[in-house]
Design a binder for this molecule. Structure first.
Ligand code: FEO
Length: 397
């Protein structure tokens, strides 16, 4: 049984992908799998809102076929072009060649760019409505939540908001609703999703939420395109997004490092002792053996980001570089930083990390510690002091 009736005439026809462990190619880890949610609305007109990732397109067609002949589909809403949602479009259009494909103005560009097909497109803008019988579809453009083409679809009468990626989670489960799953797991995945995907667009997230709330639409269900559907207190995830979008960090620190012969590790731990002396909680991550996306989620939550690397070939250890790219690209707000590392012959690592903090607009609040060869007691004491200085800045901030 892979379909679910949500209410009269509205069905979940998506796919649960239990095996997914990497998403966006290998850019994002998905420890708990994911779902690709598609919604079928059967009224005077038959509407499919979003599809599924291409490898599952036959399952989508089978799901729809359990309810109606897919040839009866009149409208296909493509809220967003990424292939985890649009991948089933070619199969659906093959079954329903006359169906209109509803897209946002930017979606016209991105869907065409992915499939190069002369489908029967209809471009809609915020506030446009399409009557489908007893209800209307209403559209809200949501650029940068999380692509320029992203769009929300609202079903009047049924009071369902289908916001595509927004409010989603990469979370495979046998259940479809938020009140049926482990709340801690659910919020871990919702936060990881926000931190890794939506952080740089936080100002737009706040504005879009304000805009949607000001429309005073009754919302009984928020049905995103990944993970569970928010049925119980659906606005709880909207309030969480408002909170996350404000990016007010916890008074804590994250220390991340890589090491060749344990010297930089010992420095990381000494910095931790300094933070602990001042009562600031911290976590240490060895980047060579830790999932990058999990660390991003920890960085999202915390105030201080302290980064360490030995110098290798006049630069950093390559395992540190990806998280530095994320630190810049995700445009974290309200952070402070500090750097440390060992060296043997030349010692550029601390300077390079501090320069990178500058590019990330993260102020460096403590003088970096650079230790030659294995750190000696004075080096470790300097690390402890760095921890204490960062702790003071965390407390002030
Ligand atoms: Fe779930 Fe932006 O795709």
């Amino acid at each position: 049984m892979s379909i679910k009736k949500l209410m009269e005439g509205v069905y979940w026809v998506g796919v649960v992908d239990w095996a997914l462990r990497h998403f966006h190619g290998f850019e994002l880890s998905t420890h708990r799998g994911s779902t690709y949610n598609a919604y079928l609305i059967v009224d005077q007109k038959v509407v499919l809102v979003d599809t599924v990732w291409s490898p599952f397109q036959n399952q989508l067609i089978d799901n729809i076929s359990q309810i109606i002949d897919p040839a009866r589909i009149d409208l296909i809403v493509a809220n967003h072009a990424e292939v985890d949602h649009s991948g089933g479009l070619p199969a659906v259009v093959r079954h329903a060649p006359k169906a209109q494909v509803i897209v946002s103005p930017k979606g016209a560009e991105s869907i065409e760019g992915h499939y190069h097909q002369p489908w029967n497109f209809k471009v809609v803008r915020t506030g446009d409505r399409l009557n489908i019988g007893s209800s209307d579809l209403m559209f809200i453009e949501a650029p940068m939540l999380h692509w320029p083409d992203s769009m929300f679809t609202y079903l009047t009468g049924k009071n369902i908001l289908m916001p595509n990626d927004a409010f989603g989670q990469h979370y495979a489960t046998g259940f479809r609703y938020n009140d049926e799953v482990d709340q801690e797991e659910l919020y871990q995945e919702a936060l990881k999703y926000y931190a890794n995907i939506l952080t740089p667009f936080s100002k737009l997230v706040s504005k879009k939420i304000d805009e949607v709330l000001a429309m005073n639409l009754p919302i009984d269900i928020i049905a995103p395109s990944h993970g569970v559907i928010w049925r119980k207190e659906p606005l709880q995830i909207v309030r969480k997004y408002q909170e996350w979008a404000a990016q007010i960090p916890e008074k804590s620190a994250v220390i991340l490092y890589d090491t060749m012969w344990e010297g930089t590790r010992r420095m990381a731990e000494a910095i931790g002792y300094g933070l602990a002396d001042e009562g600031i909680p911290y976590k240490i991550f060895h980047m060579a053996v830790t999932d990058r996306n999990d660390v991003i989620t920890e960085i999202f939550k915390t105030k201080a980001v302290i980064i360490g690397s030995p110098t290798l070939n006049n630069g950093l250890l390559p395992t540190i570089t990806p998280i530095l790219e994320d630190l810049k690209g995700l445009k974290f707000q309200n952070k402070i930083g500090a750097a440390f590392g060992t060296y043997g012959w030349s010692g550029e690592s601390v300077k390079l990390i501090e320069e990178h903090f500058g590019r990330c607009r993260i102020p460096v609040v403590a003088q970096g510690v650079l230790a030659k060869w294995q750190p000696k007691e004075p080096d470790l004491e300097a690390c402890k002091n760095l921890g204490r200085t960062v702790a003071a800045a965390v407390r002030e901030g």
